[in-house]
Design a protein. Structure first.
Length: 413
């Protein structure tokens, strides 16, 4: 059976066939498929300002892939390799008119054979003059000409006087001067993979931020890279430490959430306070009271009940009711000279930031002395109505807090 002959000739390149006719489009197509347009190396075709004579610019030697398209035998745009062996392009920028402008330096391909209107054949450098514009800079490019699709931008030049200092030339590699890349043309790059399995046959990766994840990018022209930062947004924790103090160096008479925290009051942004403590008195007594006050209030605004139980008695060993006191007597703890026991407690203060009604606390504590273990429970009411609790102070009925005593306050959402 004879092969099917298509109605229009199909060219396969390269095949060794003396009779084959190759369309220029096919010959140049590999450049377009393989290489992305731009300069090859970091210094290739960089635009620089000339010190002598001043007022001129030149283009460094180097290589690039430059877009090319003609209206003649070449019917579509492709890329052509360009090589310049010396800084041959010396160009005097047009005269300064009193208003700044941004001129653009480009590389172009001319081919008098394939595109008869071209008078030359090869690569050329050219200047696209800008329109004088008040306030024009290398950042805003106001008045700068558009770079045609058949040219490769090499640099921008700010003309703001009779001379051109180096600071008036922007030929940054990777941004102003695009970098040619293998795989940057029409052919797709290696598929993006996840754990060794192809995820997509696309040549670009799109990072999408998810829940509690942020993604930000920053251009790093010096490293010719786009730096991507992926960060986790830490959600607000349900429990936050608001105050934590440990006695060090010497005994301490008072532990104060304000004075011992740089004179900063506690925030009122939480629902409740949860307080833990491990303390001991320096006093030469078997036990002493642990006092607590709110907001430095030393008036008779404190009422509470204190319950205790120990190993010597079955059931409650004592119930003490205190009213109109100048502090809460929350529990009792041993002195260091009497035993090695420490007092420990947890305190809960619900809705501490409320500004209406009275505030309450609940304590559950324990201490150990000589041949005894005591359990403490207490609850109280503070009559400082209309005030949110933003400061708490603890002190002892006898002695001071010994080294190692610690009280921590937590805010609960």
């Amino acid at each position: 059976m004879s092969p099917l002959i298509p109605p229009n000739r199909i060219t396969a390149f390269p095949l060794k066939d003396d009779l084959a006719w190759y369309d220029p489009n096919v010959i140049f197509q590999p450049f377009d498929d393989i290489f992305g347009r731009g300069v090859v190396g970091s210094g290739d075709l960089a635009v620089v300002a000339n010190a002598t004579p001043d007022g001129q610019i030149s283009v460094n030697p180097g290589r690039a892939y430059v877009p090319y398209q003609s209206g003649g035998k070449r019917s579509f745009q492709t890329s052509v390799a360009l090589r310049s062996d010396a800084a041959e392009f010396q160009h005097a920028i047009g005269a300064y008119t009193g208003t700044p402008r941004v001129d653009r330096i480009v590389a172009k391909i001319l081919d008098a054979t394939l595109n008869p209107p071209d008078s030359l054949k090869g690569g050329v450098f050219d200047v696209l003059p800008g329109v004088p514009t008040v306030g024009a800079t290398l950042s805003n490019l106001s008045g700068a000409a558009s770079v045609p699709s058949t040219a490769l931008l090499l640099g921008n030049v700010l003309v703001s006087g009779s001379t051109i200092p180096s600071g008036n030339v922007d030929s940054t590699f990777g941004t102003t001067r695009a970098r040619a890349r293998i795989g940057g043309g029409n052919s797709p790059a290696k598929p993006i993979q996840v754990n060794g399995a192809a995820l997509t046959d696309r040549s670009a990766l799109n990072l999408i931020a998810g829940s509690n994840i942020t993604i930000s990018g920053a251009d790093n022209a010096g490293a010719d890279s786009q730096d991507v930062t992926i960060a986790a947004v830490v959600p607000t924790p349900a429990v936050v430490k608001l105050f934590d103090y440990t006695v060090v160096g010497a005994v301490k008479g008072t532990i104060d959430t304000y004075a011992d925290a740089g004179n900063v009051t506690m925030p009122g942004t939480y629902a409740s306070l949860y307080i833990t403590g491990r303390i001991q008195s320096s006093g030469a007594v078997n036990d002493t009271a642990l006092w607590m006050i709110f907001n430095n209030d030393q008036l008779g605004d404190y009422d509470n009940n204190v319950y205790s139980a120990d190993l010597a008695v079955t059931g409650l060993n004592g119930i003490v009711q205190n009213t109109a006191q100048t502090q809460f007597t929350t529990m009792r703890v041993n002195g260091a000279s009497a035993s090695s026991g420490w007092g420990q407690f947890v305190i809960q203060i619900p809705n501490y930031a409320a500004t209406t009604g009275r505030h309450n606390y609940i304590l559950d504590g324990q201490d150990s002395g000589v041949n005894t273990l005591r359990r403490w429970m207490s609850a109280g009411i503070w009559h400082g109505a209309g005030s949110a609790i933003n400061r708490i102070q603890w002190s002892l009925g006898s002695g001071s807090f010994v080294i190692g005593s610690r009280i921590t306050v937590w805010g609960i959402l």
